[in-house]
Design a protein around this ligand. Structure first.
Ligand code: FAD
Length: 456
């Protein structure tokens, strides 16, 4: 009897995947930069089964890598051993725990504006479920068809609407999760007035699979906006884009997206997706803003007359403008295996940071875009070998030197564990390690993520 037999006894044989071809899809990340090995993939169908799976893995000291949609960008969803993983991790074959079968969706609580969703529900499924009741979920991202409720909580995902609704942590009213010893902690009542002790759901948000396996969540919903307007404007610099965004925010209160991209990304998207140029002529950079409300339509349409901009109010027109932003990630991947560095700097530092970035990424090809409303810049570098981390280090240090963070929204994962200290003090890291070792003393859950070394 081996580990996969133990797991089959819990979830049934057909939910333990052992064929190497199938495993390959679960141990390679979305970017293709991070690839590991696993003993098997286990797909439990309930929180109770997750708990039994965790206990079975603990008995054999097998590390567990929780996985949702596998759209993460920092190597945290795959058992990649090329990075600073703990020595224990390299010795024992890991188990990928997929949440695909945790797909329960309770009826929308219309009075409270809440819903309970299983960890494996995708963001697109969640939105499709709540829309008929007049609601939308506050987190939306281009990976919506694959990214899951559990994965977005574990990474505390931001997304295109974070300027209005906040990150995933702000949507959480409670979670159900399995701890490393197999105990289930469940807090799904949905009380908004509830200050009894530590906010464990908030702690799990951004824990990247290192503190527990999230199995379900109680989520806050927002009234769906019906009148939306999108404007795409050409600008000369990132500082000009930030200035224009500030002007728009001053004119209309319900801005729900503010996205930045540049000529190099637009050229690539147009080529890969077969789209025409978005405006009459090319610009060095672009700002895409979406706002809600009848007044927003008037204000942004007025702005459209002042600058060179395209304005769209109907869903098809808005989707046409959004395609230039949302197709960046796939277009970049079509060109090669990118180094993806998702950083943020204070809005006032965006200009100097962008200018210095060109030197930090030289001689490689850089494609820059991001959620400018949050000071977030996704730096994509094409050209360096996947294992060559020199450009990663240069960009992350540059962000830190500009008062920024090494992770705006993708998390630390395995990819950035070496550089956590650029954004968190030694005291903060010691406190995080204390939390980790209290909840997972054997280091079973996602070793090598967040922290370097065996203690991780
Ligand atoms: C096209 C594209 C666009 C994207 N846009 C954005 C964006 O705008 N904003 C943003 O923040 N991110 C974005 N991402 C990154 C990614 O979609 C997010 O990080 C997302 O939250 C990952 O969700 P997932 O279900 O795919 O998780 P995975 O990739 O499967 O896992 C991510 C991490 O969470 C852990 N995890 C997953 N499920 C659980 C669970 N149930 N319990 C505990 N731990 C778990 C994993 O171990 C891993 O560490 C984008 C990715 C792509 C491909």
């Amino acid at each position: 009897m081996g580990l996969s037999d133990d797991l089959a006894a819990v979830v049934g044989e057909r939910h333990v995947l052992t064929s190497q071809d199938v495993i390959d899809g679960y141990v390679t990340d979305w970017t293709r930069r991070y690839r590991g090995t696993a003993a098997c993939v286990v797909v439990p169908g309930s929180a109770a089964e997750v708990a039994e799976v965790v206990r079975a893995c603990a008995r054999r000291a097998a590390p567990i890598v929780p996985q949702g949609g596998n759209t993460g960008m920092v190597g945290g969803s795959v058992p990649w051993q090329g990075g600073p993983a703990s020595p224990d991790f390299a010795d024992a074959a890991a188990v990928v725990l997929s949440t695909h079968r945790l797909r329960g969706l309770e009826p929308v609580d219309v009075v409270a504006g809440q819903v309970t969703a299983g960890a494996g529900v995708t963001i697109a499924e969640l939105n499709a479920h709540v829309r008929p009741a007049g609601f939308s979920y506050g987190v939306d991202l281009a990976s919506r068809d694959s990214a899951t409720v559990g994965g977005t909580i574990a990474t505390n995902a931001g997304g295109v609407h974070s300027v209005r609704y906040g990150y995933t942590r702000a949507q959480l009213l409670g979670t159900e999760a399995v701890l490393a010893d197999g105990r289930i902690i469940s807090h799904l009542a949905g009380l908004t007035a509830d200050n009894a002790g530590y906010d464990l759901a908030g702690l799990l948000a951004g824990s990247e699979g290192t503190l527990g396996v999230i199995t379900a969540a109680r989520l806050r919903l927002w009234s769906a906006e019906t009148a939306l307007v999108a404007v795409l404007a050409g600008v000369d610099t990132i500082a000009a884009a930030a200035g224009l965004y500030a002007e728009i925010r001053g004119r209309t209160s319900r801005v729900q997206a503010a996205e930045y991209f540049e000529a190099a990304g637009v050229e690539l998207v147009c080529r890969v997706a077969g789209l025409p140029l978005p405006l009459d002529r090319e610009y060095p950079a672009y700002l895409l803003v979406e706002a809600a409300g009848a007044d927003a339509a008037d204000q942004l349409a007025e702005l459209g007359k002042l600058a060179d901009a395209a304005v769209a109010m109907d869903p098809a027109g808005r989707a046409r403008l959004w395609a230039y932003r949302e197709r960046h990630t796939e277009a970049i991947s079509a060109e090669g295996i990118p180094h993806k560095l998702d950083v943020a700097v204070p809005m006032s530092k965006l200009g100097p940071f962008r200018a210095a970035l060109a030197t930090a990424t030289r001689p490689y090809r850089e494609i820059v875009f991001g959620h400018i409303g949050a000071g977030n810049v996704h730096v994509n570098v094409l050209g360096p070998d996947p294992d060559d981390e020199r450009v990663d280090e240069a960009v992350l240090r540059l962000a830190a030197a500009h008062g920024g963070t090494v992770s705006a929204e993708h998390g630390i994962g395995r990819a950035k564990a070496r550089w956590l200290h650029l954004s968190r003090s030694a005291e903060e890291i010691a406190a995080m390690r204390a939390v980790k070792s209290a909840l997972d003393p054997a280091g079973l859950l996602n070793p090598g993520v967040l922290f370097c070394g065996a203690a991780g």
